[in-house]
Design a protein. Structure first.
Length: 118
């Protein structure tokens, strides 16, 4: 299934700061195929074809906290159900959701929670 999604986020590393705003179409079947191949220890050429949003869904926080590669299918299911998913990585934090969801608002809430701001 192909779906138009939005990714909103921020990153920082060694004093550099950047914002993330991606509007991309993802192919959940491709993500699932790559996830299954990697999970089985197989090579998967399609991994090189993933766009930024597909890659973020596949790898999550990259093992930084508790929302890494192993939770890929949970993230895909949440997006399909209309939820916005949020993730904190080592150098970036982001939220991804369908274009008709309030991704920017969810990211603002996520940042407040992350930094303990009321």
């Amino acid at each position: 299934m192909k779906e138009a999604l939005i990714q909103i986020g921020k990153g920082s590393c060694r004093g550099d700061k950047w914002s993330i705003e991606n509007h991309m179409v993802i192919d959940s079947k491709k993500i699932e195929k790559v996830w299954r191949a990697i999970d089985m220890g197989d090579d998967c050429p399609e991994e090189m074809e993933l766009n930024e949003v597909e890659e973020a869904i596949l790898y999550g926080d990259g093992g930084f906290m508790v929302d890494g590669f192993e939770n890929c299918m949970t993230r895909l299911a949440a997006i399909a159900a209309g939820f916005v998913i949020c993730c904190e990585g080592e150098e970036v934090s982001w939220c991804i959701g369908k274009r008709n969801t309030k991704v920017e608002e969810e990211f603002a809430k996520f940042e407040k929670e992350m930094y303990g701001v009321n």
